[in-house]
Design a protein around this ligand. Structure first.
Ligand code: ADP
Ligand code: ZN
Ligand code: ZN
Length: 775
């Protein structure tokens, strides 16, 4: 803890020296060395290998070193100083009226926290100089407080009479509906606010009318893991699993830091390979890291892992409080836990003597952090493994083009599990051409006839169904039939999505909300239509088509609560539901043996995105969700609805033929000069006005042109695909380079030049290395 001006800040010691730094410029005052105030830690907090990794990543991702180092530290470890003000005894002499007022705001005879008093800095300085006040800087201890939440419960279970009592208040009705639907346990006010926006007045009114009751309950702080239940049987590895494990085992023995790509079709038993590799790693006295894209979506994995590994396992959950996170971090650092299961940020978990890193679903975009520092946990895992000798297993049924390319070039060992366990057949996929379907029926149906029949058939046999539509809300467009304009966000250049549960249009990029208009905001016509289909409308359609089905919906709107996804998924596993509809959340690695039919609505939705990864994303999502079908004893089927049925991403996904997809996709990437055939960076300039944005992006492009070496290519400037976001105008420049090292060297140079020209803030200039999206 060191002084910086009047403040105290927490620093990290990177190196020791006996010499003072030279003054910033010739003629400047010599640097004055001040004493360290406190050394809160007796031993290094960050293990040396992690510190090296953070410094390397800071440079690679062109991010200030402090950003990456604080990503390694557990939150809450950096303590903030507090300035305490005390009034001197005695009667002050002559003071200006303003200074007198400032002094009077300080209580007599007690210490006050400076930040709670609104005293102008100049006045404070004068008062201190004249001896009227004394200031003292202190460091409050790190403290973790118990937190409470306000919970709303229904007074009566009957909805209709209650709704009648607030017939003219749609906000109150919306609140009431959700609270009653949540049952006796009620719903926290924070959660309600997340889902409905501002609700304070509506809630107060409902309490006033005696329709709701408010209570306080302590916030749930235990990481939520499903009950361990019975210990899952440890299967004997199949021949393919055994072969993969033999190679991994050799690398583990040699602590070679080698990376593998474990490519196994859906249901081929990759998880068992990870678990056995982890057990071997533990038995050699080392620790292991297990990364998954999103823990909340893999509650069953957490449960099974806990059953198998017991107390040696720590789970780094995104909904842990800072206190819990801090404790888990300490337990890992101290070697108390030996395996950490977590999402992206867990790649930086401080496990000593790391022997193995597993990255499941390595192609998943959520491994890439979309804010500074913009690291990709999959790539950091490979670097960390190489540096520390830990073996790295990247697992996937649909590897990223990058990873498969690396495996083909021999940079990753390729391990294959080509068939499902027990030789279960892959699901049979059928593509339904929605153009033909429209011509045949003359109607634009959400669910085609073949899908309807198949779901009916499967449900009536007591089997389960999943329907995927990767778009949340009720209608993605609120469209005017007179002028053709759709209602748009006031801050972003995107259309607003209509959500029925809250009866509002919302922006999926900035959260802006507004009620549904009666008249078109462009031309004033009243011919307004809710167009297109999101998961909310899908749910409504499915309920009408399959009234007997027990339906659950899973998307970001139903999954706001801390437990909701885990609860929905385990209820589906138990068979409480037999039909699950939702966004890509339903496609993740779930293993539900009862599912025999999967339907995909709008399979080609993503292909229209101006993004070179659109085809890859589509292929991966379709293959993933198809892999949910037929994992039990009954063979499965999949029905894919699309308009562009002949697109290679859809055609190859229907055959679940990765090789054919890769062949096409890599040819496209090679010709168009996209990763993995070049190293790519995306620079986005954001500004308050188009003029300043254009001016700045020209500077960025010019500086990039100057630092770009041979073979590097600067593309742009151009308007970004989302031209306006949160009120800021966006422009973009792409840089392509034959090598990653040269790209990062050039960009570090450019960043330094741009910082000199006032473009340093990450709000004004985003530098994204190895971007996963160009939007
Ligand atoms: P993947 O992750 O490749 O999609 P999973 O790891 O979920 O596949 O395995 C699919 C199913 O096969 C799981 O129910 C798992 O318990 C089972 N399984 C895995 N390995 C074996 C084995 N060697 N013998 C029997 N069943 C196995
Ligand atoms: Zn209009
Ligand atoms: Zn917006």
């Amino acid at each position: 803890v060191v002084p910086l001006g009047r403040r105290l800040v927490t620093g990290v010691i990177l190196a020791l020296t006996n010499e003072a730094a030279a003054p910033a410029s010739a003629g400047a005052a010599p640097v004055r060395i001040r004493d360290v105030v406190d050394l809160p830690d007796q031993a290094p907090v960050i293990p040396a290998d992690l510190l090296d990794l953070a410094r390397w990543a800071g440079r690679y991702y062109v991010s200030p070193p402090g950003e990456m180092i604080s990503a390694v530290l557990p939150p809450g470890i950096g303590r903030r100083s507090e300035v305490i003000v005390r009034r001197a005894v005695g009667i002050p002499g002559a003071l200006s009226a303003a200074d007198r007022r400032a002094l009077d705001s300080i209580p007599m005879g007690a210490a006050a926290q400076l930040r709670r008093l609104k005293i102008p800095a100049a006045a404070l300085k004068r008062l201190e100089a004249a001896g009227h006040v004394t200031l003292e800087t202190t460091l409050p201890g790190a403290r973790v407080k118990e937190r409470f939440e306000r919970v709303l419960q229904p007074v009566a279970g009957d909805l209709d009479p209650a709704l009648a009592l607030c017939a003219r208040a749609p906000r109150q009705q919306a609140v009431l509906r959700l609270v009653v639907a949540a049952g006796e346990g009620g719903l926290s006010q924070d959660e309600l606010r997340d889902r409905l926006g501002t609700i304070g007045p509506a809630v107060q009114a409902l309490i006033g009318k005696g329709l709701l009751r408010a209570t306080r309950r302590p916030l749930h702080r235990e990481p939520h893991v499903l009950e361990a239940g019975s210990h899952p049987p440890v299967a004997r590895p199949t021949a393919e699993q055994a072969a993969a494990l033999a190679e991994v085992g050799e690398a583990l023995d040699a602590a070679s830091g080698r990376g593998f790509l474990l490519m196994g079709v859906t249901g081929s038993g990759k998880t068992e390979v990870y678990l056995r590799a982890i057990e071997q790693c533990l038995s050699s006295g080392r620790s292991a890291l297990y990364l998954v894209p999103e823990i909340t979506l893999t509650p069953l994995l957490a449960r099974d892992l806990r059953a198998r590994l017991g107390a040696r396992l720590a789970i780094l959950h995104s909904s842990l409080s800072p206190g819990e996170r801090f404790d888990e971090w300490r337990r890992a650092r101290g070697g108390e836990v030996r395996v950490v299961l977590g999402a992206r940020s867990a790649v930086l978990a401080p496990l000593p003597r790391l022997g193995l890193i597993v990255v499941d679903e390595e192609q998943d975009a959520s491994y890439k952090q979309q804010e500074d520092p913009r690291y990709n946990a999959r790539d950091l895992a490979l670097v960390r493994g190489r540096e520390s000798g830990a073996v790295v297993i990247l697992g996937s049924a649909t590897p990223s083009v990058e990873s498969f390319h690396a495996a083909s070039a021999g940079r990753l060992g390729l391990l294959r599990l080509p068939a499902r366990i027990h030789d279960r057949p892959m699901a049979r996929v059928r593509v339904v051409d929605m153009r033909a379907e429209f011509q045949r029926t003359g109607k634009e149906e959400v669910i085609s006839e073949p899908l309807r029949d198949a779901v009916n058939d499967r449900l009536s046999r007591g089997e389960q169904a999943i329907v995927l539509l990767n778009r949340r809300g009720y209608a993605p467009f609120v469209l005017c039939r007179s002028c053709g304009a759709s209602e748009r966000c006031i801050r972003c250049s995107v259309a607003l999505t209509y959500h029925r549960a809250i009866e509002r249009m919302t922006c999926h990029y900035c959260g802006y909300q507004r009620g549904r208009p009666r008249l078109c905001s462009t031309c004033g016509s009243d011919k307004i239509a809710l167009t297109g289909t999101g998961t909310e409308r899908l749910e409504e359609t499915l309920r009408a088509l399959f009234p007997q089905a027990r339906l659950a919906r899973l998307d970001r709107d139903t999954a706001r609560g801390r437990r909701a996804p885990a609860e929905i998924l385990s209820a589906f596993e138990r068979g409480d539901f037999n039909l699950l509809a939702g966004t890509q959340m339903v496609a993740k690695g779930h293993d539900f043996p009862g599912v025999t039919i999967v339907g995909v609505i709008g399979a080609d939705n993503m292909l229209g995105f101006p993004d070179f990864r659109a085809a890859e994303r589509t292929f991966q999502l379709l293959t993933q969700v198809a892999g949910r079908s037929g994992r039990g004893s009954e063979p499965g089927e999949v029905i894919v609805q699309a308009f562009h049925c002949e697109h290679y991403a859809i055609e190859t996904a229907a055959r679940q033929d990765f090789a054919a997809f890769y062949e096409k996709e890599s040819r496209f990437r090679r010709i168009m000069k996209y990763p993995p055939f070049v190293a790519l960076a995306n620079l986005v300039v954001q500004a308050g006005t188009p003029e300043s944005g254009v001016k700045r992006v020209r500077v960025v492009a010019q500086v990039l042109g100057e630092v770009a070496g041979d073979g590097m290519q600067v593309i742009g400037p151009s308007v970004a695909p989302i031209a306006r976001l949160k009120g800021r105008y966006r422009y973009q420049v792409l840089v392509k380079s034959p090598s990653k090292r040269r790209l990062s060297d050039a960009l570090n140079e450019a960043a330094a030049v741009l910082a000199g020209r006032g473009l340093a803030s990450s709000k004004d200039l985003v530098i994204d290395i190895d971007p996963v999206t160009l939007i």
